[in-house]
Design a protein around this ligand. Structure first.
Ligand SMILES: *Cc1c(COP(=O)(O)O)cnc(C)c1O
Length: 654
């Protein structure tokens, strides 16, 4: 893991005694909203998150009010909100960045981006992207047969110059369909990823008497970085090595089809955080492109794949959750590098293609979920130790009483040792349950007192760094990490998480999040920070609304539009969440689409249970119980009604 440059935060100008009242700027800084959220997310005067889906071009809404309004319409949490205007804005920005780069470097050709469907295949998203992409001749990229079926149906043939890039492993049907689609007017380009595909393409095109447009995916030597670094190099899963590329051109040439080779493609992995890696790759690829043109390929397109990163933590560094460049730097470097290579070799500059998924999709989705309750470490003091208490308890008590700014580190070690001794004493039968409980309570009271001192210090000794984490409150949230943020669990991906309201109040708690699943991995305990990551998140205590009722506390997980939904799984049978698509209108907003989350019946269906069969089995059990006089008719009715209601309900807590 690469760690970020240490940046020392500006020293506070206030004297410690005069604490200023918390305001929304404090929240902005704490949660780093400007870093990852601009121009779409900010905080309004009421302390709620504001969403401006069109960026600076106007129209915004209060996220908390939106969630409340949706709940009024019976659309419960957890809820995924997709802002269609953000998708549109992302496409516009990417195209504008390439247009500016092309103008700036006088690049003698155009940019034709495609959206890689695998990033988020949901129909409403693909359809929106096709619609918003039309003015830019934005196309689609398919990485599998199923995705090709989507792309062919959703792209309008003949309507424009948009491309349909066909990647992934291919069989005969895949290639034949892609080829025949050219007759419909689709601009399909079949990218050869495996040497065997060359022979297949040659044979099928002879059979059908249709000339294909072919591309080759190159395995670059440039090392990708981070999580997907292994997408390049000799052992990468996809693409042809240089000797294989040569072989492919020879086979095409022998078949008289070398003029069909028009595109060079590479993809060095997703979320490339460092611009120098992007530059190295484009340099290597430009040279391969030039060489292919020189040996007779009819080269027209250079496809730089995906990898354009998203700044999840807003630190603008080459940390894995960030990126040390912006979209414009990215476009500039690609355009400049290709132009130079082609000029030197005196060949025609290619149409530029990129396949950005993450950078287009990530920002537009926000997952909203509520906090069910909070588990806190009890640091309240028990009765003082007396002469009747065991010596170990008296020692712990003395430790507690004598904790100061000067000795807190030593006191921490003492307290820890006494606690461990108390457990040994208990295990050997020298300490009763009540005495052990008292020892533990004093220990946690010590930790609480020490933590308060630590929070005032500029420097925390290493051995005390975990204390904040160990004492963190557990926020139980109405969500499955496995369904809604699988990358947070699988690969420690970071997403910005923060409350969507109360941001004008100081978040005085430190917490981690625990989800609804019975899996100990179902939690989030890494959060974005300016330096590296932090192990606890600043959160508010729950507010009381009645004697028993707590007020709702909503958290948002941001930038989840890329990959999370489709990689999500049914762990513990928590299904898809509710989804709404929101479109900004001149006088507010409109719900474009509502996609209801899975019901219990639906998720049971995925694992081959039929709701009616289950219900029938329970009905038979109740009959038996009634005959045996274990249950009354009324109890049976109640049970069966609830069983049926549960089957029809959302898989999350109401
Ligand atoms: C995954 C993938 C992409 C998308 O990458 P992002 O980093 O999301 O932009 C593009 N092209 C190919 C071939 C891919 O496999």
């Amino acid at each position: 893991m690469i760690s970020k440059n240490k940046i020392v935060p500006p020293a506070s100008l206030e004297s410690p005694g005069l604490k200023k009242k918390w305001n929304i700027e404090d929240s902005e800084n704490l949660y780093r909203i400007k870093g990852w959220g601009e121009p779409y997310f900010s905080i309004n005067a009421a302390g709620n998150i504001t969403v401006s889906p069109k960026g600076e071009r106007g129209g915004s809404l209060d996220l908390w009010e939106l969630v409340e309004a949706l709940k009024q319409r019976n659309i419960g949490l957890p809820l995924l909100i997709r802002f269609s205007d953000i998708l549109s804005d992302r496409i516009e920005r990417l195209n504008a960045a390439f247009a500016r780069a092309i103008a700036r470097y006088n690049y003698p050709n155009v940019y034709r981006g495609v959206y890689p469907i695998k990033c988020n295949q949901h129909r409403h998203i693909v359809e929106s992207l096709v619609k918003y992409g039309k003015p830019y001749q934005f196309g689609l990229e398919a990485g599998s047969k199923a995705e090709l079926m989507i792309a062919l149906a959703e792209l309008e043939p003949n309507s424009s110059e948009s491309l349909l890039i066909c990647n992934g492993y291919k069989d005969l049907e895949y290639i034949r369909t892609a080829l025949l689609a050219r007759k419909l007017g689709h601009n399909t380009i079949i990218v050869i990823e495996q040497l065997e595909e060359v022979a297949m393409c040659i044979e099928i095109s002879k059979d059908l008497e249709i000339k294909p447009v072919l591309g080759i995916r190159a395995k670059l030597c440039t090392k990708g970085m981070g999580r997907w670094g292994s997408s390049t190099g000799d052992r990468a899963k996809f693409g042809l090595t240089i000797p294989e590329i040569l072989k492919a051109t020879q086979q095409l040439s022998a078949a008289g089809l070398l003029d069909c080779l028009q595109l060079l493609h590479y993809h060095i992995g997703s979320q490339i955080a460092a611009i120098n890696v992007i530059k190295d790759a484009i340099r290597e690829a430009s040279m391969i492109y030039v060489e292919l043109a020189n040996i007779g390929g009819n080269m027209q397109y250079l496809d730089v794949g995906g990898g354009l990163a998203v700044d999840y933590d807003g630190s603008k560094t080459n940390f894995y959750a960030s990126k040390n460049y912006n979209m414009q730097n990215y476009a500039n470097d690609i355009v400049a590098e290709i132009k130079e290579s082609c000029e030197q070799a005196q060949i025609k500059a290619p149409i530029l293609v990129s396949e950005s998924g993450r950078a287009i999709g990530a920002h537009h989705s926000v997952l909203i979920f509520d906090v069910l309750n909070i588990g806190e470490v009890d640091t309240s003091l028990p009765d003082p130790a007396s002469s009747e208490d065991h010596l170990i308890i008296r020692n712990l008590w003395e430790t507690y009483e004598n904790i100061t700014v000067e000795n807190y580190q030593e006191a921490y070690h003492d307290a820890m040792q006494f606690k461990e001794e108390s457990i040994s004493l208990f295990n050997f039968g020298y300490l009763g349950l009540a005495q052990r409980a008292k020892a533990e309570r004093i220990y946690w009271a010590c930790c609480g007192k020490i933590l308060e001192i630590i929070r005032q210090q500029e420097y925390v000794p290493d051995d005390l760094e975990d204390l904040e984490k160990n004492m963190a409150s557990i926020y139980y949230v109405n969500l499955s990490v496995f369904q809604s943020a699988p990358d947070a669990w699988a690969i420690d991906q970071l997403f910005p998480i923060l409350p969507i309201h109360r941001l004008n109040q100081e978040p005085t708690n430190r917490g981690i999040l625990a989800d609804l699943t019975c899996d100990s991995d179902g939690k989030i305990e890494q959060f974005i920070d300016l330096r590296d990551v932090k192990s606890v998140l600043e959160l508010h205590p729950l507010e009381q609304s009645g004697s028993l009722e707590k007020k709702n506390y909503y958290l948002g997980m941001f930038l989840v539009g890329a990959y999370q939904e489709i990689m999500g799984n049914l762990h513990n049978l928590f299904g898809d969440t509710n989804v709404v698509h929101i479109e900004i209108q001149p006088n507010g907003y409109q719900i474009q689409y509502l996609v209801r989350g899975d019901t219990v019946t639906e998720v049971l269906g995925y694992v081959q249970y039929k709701a009616e069969d289950l219900l029938e089995k329970i009905r038979q059990q109740t009959e038996k119980a009634m005959q045996q006089k274990n249950m009354s008719l009324k109890e049976c009715q109640l049970l069966l009604n609830d069983y049926e209601k549960n089957l029809a309900s959302y898989t999350y807590l109401a």
